[in-house]
Design a protein around this ligand. Structure first.
Ligand code: HEC
Ligand code: HEC
Ligand code: HEC
Ligand code: HEC
Ligand code: HEC
Ligand code: HEC
Ligand code: HEC
Ligand code: HEC
Length: 485
């Protein structure tokens, strides 16, 4: 029997690997006809994007798995009614408890399967009954009394889901009976339900997708897209809030998760597969596969509005969500980028001012007298150049944070002439270039920070200079209060 174990381990491992994000999955051609994608007019791939293959992993994700024959206790074998889903669990296991909503929903989605919960051998009846009630389990639960099931399938941890069929012509012998395992799946990571449902509808897999499925399901086929998404800040937008203890703040959550207003993400579900700005934030529930196509570029403005993104345009944003950017990186570069994003060290290219020449603080004075407390040296930024003594005042690598550049963006040179050294850190260092605004003042041609989300936008402006090196005790609220004008 042992010789079957490696095959089963491979079976479970396959679906586990498919569930891992941001790993460059190598998609081998599987023994399966790749279903055609959505039969809808498609948007051209943006010019700025790298070369890559759409849904490169489809054949592997939908490919058949070689069935593994195992011997299980005869009484368990007798429970198998055609194709049966065997959910192996322990009532006290927190991961199992956590998986129950998804398992219950999956059982409702796949009513053609017989569903049986198989509890670990040490389970007592009272525990089993309590579990069934507490988690409203809609299918029968039995106990693997002899541990024979766990041994047969090689299950070393819970939860695990196996799909089995009776082995053709099997006869119980010595209290054991042969069954065929045809699928293995670990519900430890939530969000795979859509893929499991697709695999159970081999003739028309896309018909199994319904509503929000989560990026975990999409990435099983869209491996290249998912790897590139995994190194963008969209992929940890929820963690950004969680780390700041704002993940339950209704003022914040909607834009940092997937489909909250449309019935996707549920408040406080911290391990939801719909946390973060996933595929379906832009492509709509189930992407285009349910026959409804969302124009992805029309969704950006809902989150990247004037108060949460600096001078956002789709054209500005698109190159930075290149779905195939990871294809251009070596494995080392990919790992480094992943680390940098996870550690909060990756650049924020979007939070850049529009490009253009600056005009200097004097040009603002006539109309913005109240803000000119800055020039009256009440704001420390107006004295920033005074801090640089001797040669430092002519050292561009100091001046870069202590003065305002003569132009923002474009080919930047790092000589002294690139900075308004007479001004210190002035208006345009925080509000962007003001030439067009001075010529014809409107709220649209200057970065007005008055209504901006402090965390989404203002902090990024400040910390471009207030780096951990120069301001190790940076604290947003205190610093903002200190420079209010
Ligand atoms: C079982 C594999 C599979 C899964 C899972 C899957 N897709 Fe696809 N997807 C495909 C295939 C195949 C195509 C067509 C590729 C082609 O035509 O070259 C496609 C095409 C697309 C396209 C481009 C076509 C268009 O009309 O815009 C988008 C966008 C897309 N999928 C989004 C998603 C999203 C979002 C999810 C998750 C909810 C998802 N897909 C899940 C296989 C899959
Ligand atoms: C559901 C809200 C939402 C939608 C829709 C959305 N974004 Fe974002 N976007 C965010 C959030 C939130 C962040 C910042 C995440 C963080 O850093 O925690 C972000 C960050 C970004 C970044 C910076 C990424 C990086 O890795 O530095 C780019 C670029 C971007 N968005 C472009 C777009 C484009 C283009 C669209 C439309 C095609 C779009 N976004 C749609 C919420 C959204
Ligand atoms: C209307 C949508 C929206 C809301 C509401 C929103 N955000 Fe954001 N947030 C964004 C977008 C878009 C970005 C990305 C900005 C960019 O890169 O241009 C972002 C980025 C961020 C960042 C990363 C900025 C950085 O430089 O590290 C933080 C932190 C953040 N938001 C926190 C919050 C907090 C806290 C709240 C609630 C007070 C909130 N957000 C509410 C859309 C939103
Ligand atoms: C921030 C918004 C956003 C997110 C998040 C996002 N996409 Fe897209 N996706 C786009 C845009 C914009 C396009 C360009 C085509 C268009 O304009 O619709 C696109 C194109 C695609 C295409 C077609 C690619 C091609 O070369 O034609 C596929 C497939 C796709 N996305 C799948 C995914 C999958 C899978 C995920 C999650 C891993 C994902 N997308 C996440 C915005 C997004
Ligand atoms: C000729 C008068 C004039 C000059 C000069 C001027 N502004 Fe303004 N500014 C305005 C007016 C008027 C508004 C309000 C626009 C509105 O609310 O519609 C404004 C708004 C602003 C805002 C807030 C925008 C918002 O979204 O609420 C900022 C920031 C700003 N100006 C900065 C500057 C800076 C920096 C300079 C110098 C480079 C400058 N202004 C020069 C007239 C001027
Ligand atoms: C990345 C931006 C940045 C660079 C580069 C930079 N500074 Fe600063 N510097 C700051 C910030 C921000 C502060 C205010 C820190 C605070 O007080 O919280 C500051 C404060 C200072 C101060 C006064 C406070 C103190 O620490 O004594 C001096 C002096 C100073 N800088 C000198 C220099 C010199 C000399 C260089 C070049 C070797 C330099 N700075 C380069 C950002 C920078
Ligand atoms: C250190 C960065 C910084 C500098 C320098 C700075 N500002 Fe601001 N400005 C801000 C921030 C942050 C806000 C929004 C929060 C607030 O009102 O304090 C703001 C708000 C404003 C507003 C809008 C006020 C409102 O309530 O809507 C105007 C107008 C403005 N600034 C003009 C100026 C002018 C003119 C100068 C130069 C004399 C200047 N700022 C220099 C950071 C700065
Ligand atoms: C272009 C670089 C730059 C930007 C952008 C910038 N600062 Fe500063 N900031 C400095 C420098 C340099 C000093 C040191 C000036 C001095 O000590 O005289 C400083 C000093 C300060 C101080 C006084 C010293 C302290 O730590 O208490 C405060 C408060 C402050 N900045 C807050 C902010 C806030 C809030 C923002 C964003 C709205 C911001 N700064 C944006 C460069 C910058």
């Amino acid at each position: 029997m042992t010789r079957l174990w490696p095959r089963l381990t491979a079976l479970l491992a396959l679906l586990l690997v498919l569930a891992l994000p941001a790993l460059r999955a190598t998609a081998g051609p599987g023994d399966v006809a790749v279903p055609s994608g959505p039969d809808l007019p498609r948007q051209p791939r943006p010019d700025s994007w790298s070369a890559g293959t759409i849904a490169a992993g489809t054949a592997q994700a939908l490919g058949p798995i070689e069935p593994a024959m195992v011997l299980v206790p005869a009484e368990l074998g007798a429970e198998l009614q055609g194709r049966t889903a065997l959910f192996y669990f322990a009532p006290a296991c927190p991961h199992c408890q956590h998986a129950m909503p998804e398992i219950n929903a999956l059982s409702a989605r796949l009513p053609d399967l017989t569903w049986i919960g198989v509890a670990t051998s040490s389970t007592v009846d009272a525990e089993l009954a309590a579990f069934k009630t507490e988690y409203a389990v809609p299918f029968d639960l039995i106990v693997d009394r002899t541990g024979g099931f766990a041994r047969a399938v090689g299950a070393r941890s819970t939860p695990a889901l196996f799909i089995a069929t009776p082995h053709e012509g099997a006869k119980p012998a010595g209290g054991l009976v042969e069954i065929d395992l045809v699928e293995g799946y670990s519900p430890y990571r939530r969000g795979l339900a859509g893929l499991v449902a697709m695999r159970q509808s081999p003739d028309d897999p896309f018909s199994a997708l319904q509503g929000f499925e989560s990026a975990t399901t999409c990435m099983a086929c869209h491996t290249e897209e998912a790897t590139s998404w995994g190194i963008s800040h969209h992929a940890l937008a929820y963690r950004t809030l969680y780390l700041r203890e704002r993940a339950e703040d209704l003022e914040c959550v909607g834009c940092h998760v997937t489909g909250m207003e449309a019935g996707g993400f549920q408040l406080s579900d911290h391990s939801s597969p719909l946390a973060d700005v996933g595929c379906e934030s832009c492509h709509g529930p189930s992407g285009p596969h349910d026959g409804v196509r969302t124009e992805a570029t029309a969704t950006c403005a809902g989150c990247h509005d004037a108060d949460h993104s600096i001078a956002f345009t789709v054209a500005k944003g698109l190159p930075h969500i290149d779905h195939f950017s990871a294809n251009t990186l070596s494995d080392t570069e990919l790992r480094e980028r992943l680390q940098a994003v996870a550690n909060g060290e990756a650049g924020r290219p979007l939070l850049a001012f529009p490009e253009g020449p600056t005009v200097g603080a004097q040009a603002c004075k006539s109309c913005h007298k109240p803000q000119h407390t800055w020039a009256a040296k009440r704001d420390p930024h107006s004295r920033a150049m005074d801090r640089l003594e001797g040669a430092d005042a002519e050292n561009p690598s100091c001046v870069v944070c202590h003065a305002t550049p003569v132009a923002i963006g474009g080919p930047t040179s790092q000589d002294l002439a690139s900075f308004r050294t007479s001004e210190g850190v002035s208006c345009e260092a925080c509000h962007g270039p003001g030439g067009a605004h001075v010529a014809a003042p409107t709220a649209d041609n200057i970065v007005g920070l008055g209504e901006s989300c402090p965390e989404c936008v203002i902090e990024a402006v400040c910390t471009s200079c207030h780096t951990p090196t120069w301001d190790p005790t940076w604290e947003l609220k205190a610093r903002l209060d200190a420079v209010e004008h």
